[in-house]
Design a protein around this ligand. Structure first.
Ligand code: FAD
Length: 436
């Protein structure tokens, strides 16, 4: 039996991927329904958050006119921390201080609300506080969704799953497997409010300028993971995330909350956040499986976009950038399929996968395809090396009457003691493979 569709497309979820998909389709005149389980778009969402301008620019070129942006980033710091020190690199460039800016800090609750207002202006219908429980199938063709409401069955030509990292819908429908602890990180973060002038002084930045600090080392208690500290206009975001599988086997049974608390007390971090008033605390999963963990992302009447498909590039963590790009490409596929009038079978929707393969999304995921495996199996990059590098720098920079040649030998010996010569060579090769 042919069930009449009430909509051209249903988008499940109103995060960056769902909003991108719904906006692009509605803008081109398609009848779009978007369903979000949160009280409002953004209420359930967590991000650092750095917004990379490029993906949004492709969708809303003049987004800078009214999007709630915090600060544009002019300085990127990478720190390796041991118990008491950090060794790092800073890239600060005046080129990043000229519009159009390349990236911004944002607060997701505000940003998602703004993006959603654009989606509705474009003509999509948004229903919040509604959870999609199941996909409705007609043989093997997805023809609609079943919601947790009375008379909650809605029909459409195509359903786009933009329901985030723990996509229960895709699992229930058998589109992908149970999420694996070794393929996701669990991250916690806080937003700490403090006066704008204090942020300016502590980070050496002007009114709208921002700094990003990414960190590895002792802060993750031997687990594979990273920490981050971002400057918003009147607040700082601080967070840390480690592989879920590592939390499970952590011998100290360190909880994510304790990890963040301890990180906040690190002597390199504590002075930067001192006096900050905590206003928000949240925890969320991040897909970390990379290229090899991407499932089938299209089929008869369905496509998967954003975190739901695991589209996060472990090397750069620009999840929202990939989310918006995948949402846009899925939407363009629907628009083309509707114009062709041949329905929304897997054959028509395979154009989405071809577009993904042709874009930076799959190219970057492929480039770093070995990274998740290599980093997850070699925790020394997150533990031993930050210690060794910090110790080496301290030894070389401390003036204490010991000659530099002796210090150099001491440093080399400390590396050999910890990792052996073959270990060091092997690690260099692994690192090359991870980033090649
Ligand atoms: C701590 C942290 C820091 C991060 N930092 C950055 C960063 O700085 N930069 C960056 O680019 N990325 C970052 N990311 C990644 C980024 O947040 C994600 O990649 C991005 O949010 C993915 O967008 P999405 O739309 O696919 O999923 P989500 O943003 O998770 O949105 C999914 C939406 O679907 C809704 N939903 C789920 N199930 C249902 C259902 N059954 N029915 C109805 N609605 C449903 C949810 O409520 C949610 O609104 C970070 C992630 C975390 C956790």
């Amino acid at each position: 039996m042919k069930i009449p569709s009430q909509f051209d497309a249903i988008v499940v979820g109103a995060g960056p991927s769902g909003n991108a998909a719904a906006y692009v389709m509605a803008k081109s005149g398609l009848k779009v329904l978007q369903i979000e389980r949160g009280e409002y778009p953004g209420s359930k969402n967590v991000q650092g958050a750095i917004l990379y301008a490029n993906a949004l620019e492709e969708i809303i070129p003049d987004f800078r006119d009214d999007a709630p942006l915090e600060r544009h980033i002019i300085e990127q710091r990478m720190w390796m921390l041991d118990e008491t020190s950090f060794v790092g690199t800073h890239l600060r460039s005046d080129d990043y201080n000229k519009p159009p800016y390349n990236r911004y800090t944002i607060i997701r609750a505000q940003f998602d609300k703004w993006f959603s207002s654009k989606v509705r202006e474009a003509g999509a219908l948004l229903i919040c506080e509604t959870t999609v429980n199941h996909l409705i199938l007609d043989n093997d063709q997805v023809v609609g969704v079943q919601c947790d409401r009375e008379q909650g069955d809605v029909y459409a030509g195509v359903v786009i799953l933009a329901d985030g990292v723990n996509s229960t819908l895709a699992r229930k429908a058998g589109f992908h497997n149970e999420i694996q602890a070794s393929n996701v990180a669990l991250a916690v973060k806080e937003i700490l409010f403090m006066p704008e002038e204090t942020i300016g002084q502590r980070f050496n930045i002007g009114d709208e300028e921002g700094v990003v600090i990414e960190m590895v080392g002792r802060i993750t208690d031997g687990m594979v993971g990273t920490g981050f500290l971002y400057t918003n206009r009147e607040s700082l975001t601080i967070g840390v995330g480690c592989m879920l599988s590592d939390f499970k086997k952590n011998p100290n049974r360190t909880s994510p909350y304790v990890l963040l608390e301890e990180m906040k007390h690190h002597p390199a971090i504590a002075p930067l956040i001192a006096g900050g008033e905590m206003k928000e605390y949240c925890a969320h999963l991040i897909p970390e499986g990379g290229f090899n963990a991407i499932p089938q992302v299209y089929g008869n009447g369905w496509m998967i976009v954003g975190d739901s498909g695991g589209f996060v590039n472990a090397a750069h963590r620009e999840g929202s950038n990939l989310a918006m790009t995948t949402g846009r490409l899925a939407a363009e596929t629907v628009i083309a399929a509707k114009a062709a009038g041949r329905g929304y079978g897997a054959n028509e929707l395979s154009v989405y996968k071809a577009a993904l393969d042709d874009s930076f999304v799959m190219k970057d995921l492929y480039k770093y395809r070995d990274m998740p495996n290599i980093l997850h199996r070699n925790p020394q990059f997150f533990t031993t090396y930050p210690d060794l590098v910090a110790n080496a720098a301290r030894t070389m920079f401390t003036v204490d009457g010991v000659d530099k040649k002796t210090k150099k030998h001491e440093v080399m010996a400390s590396f050999r003691r910890s990792r052996s010569l073959t270990g060091l060579v092997g690690d260099a090769y692994k690192l090359w493979r991870a980033f090649r």
